[in-house]
Design a protein around this ligand. Sequence first.
Ligand SMILES: [Fe+2]
Length: 337
Amino acid sequence: MARIVLAMATTHGPQLHTTVEQWALRVKADQARKHPYRREMRSFDELVAMRSGEGLEAKSSPTGMAESHRRCQAGMRVLAAKWDEIKPDIAVVLGNDQNEMFETEELNPAFFVFCGEKIPNYLQSDARRKELPPGVAEAEHGHATETYTEYDGVPDLARHIVDTLIARDFDVAVSSRWPRNARNGAGHAFGHIYRQVMRDKVVPNVPILQNTFFPPNQPSAQRAYDFGRAVKQAIDSWADDKTVAVFGSGGMSHFVIDEQFDRAFVDALARKDKDYLASIPLSDLQSGTSELKSWITLAGVLKDVDCTMHEIDYVPCYRSVAGTGTANGFYWWEMTR
Ligand SMILES: [Fe+2]
């Protein structure tokens, strides 16, 4: 029978793949719009006033950002080393899509399991890159490959996961071929795992995505958690004798960092607090922070797995005195039986 031997949760955002000078490119866009923060939409100036006592001048200074950058690169290296050490046979990757695999206005499945043989990865076209906000296109190398690359899927496990989900009343979307119109194949949530954790030595894997981000069909935290329970049942009951890694890719609080929210979330994750995780309201899981739902699904997977969470680092990468930026975190679970 298949067996989970490793779990990891990692952020995957552009700040991990850009220089601190490039982080600053995003501030103009931060200033131009409102952001969800503590359940209200706030302007940049409001955020500056609200957060004036938090020492963000130092944290978003060139020196502060350089230190955050260094810690993130170190955290990613630890995840990659742990991956190399344990070397699971296959992986299940829980992530989200942001107009990469699917054009959201055309199709945006709440839950999706890729059941095909091959997962492509490649740089997007110059024309499409020009549509991206500043500071994002510069990060593409972090998840996309210079030349067209294909990784193996695990169609048999993917189909078994779908059968299990359907039997548990999850009406999941499927595809046995990657969409032809995908921007850059796998997309950032998946490509980050392939490039930064597996370091391009990609094992056969099942990409599973949920729409964390875009109204109106974002699953609730409870649903995300229960989905993870079903995925775990499928892994447990898959007849193939493979070792399995499960990844939660996305998060943490962004594009306004909320360290208090992240700390409470991580503490709940460590103690497997289903009641806390599954009851986080959607109003707290908007914009980039919504990606933590992939971690909630991972928590569902790990509910009855004997394991201990390790925090490699938690790094709030501020890029402005308004608290804009991305909080980055690197976590793995050691199996204890
Ligand atoms: Fe993302």
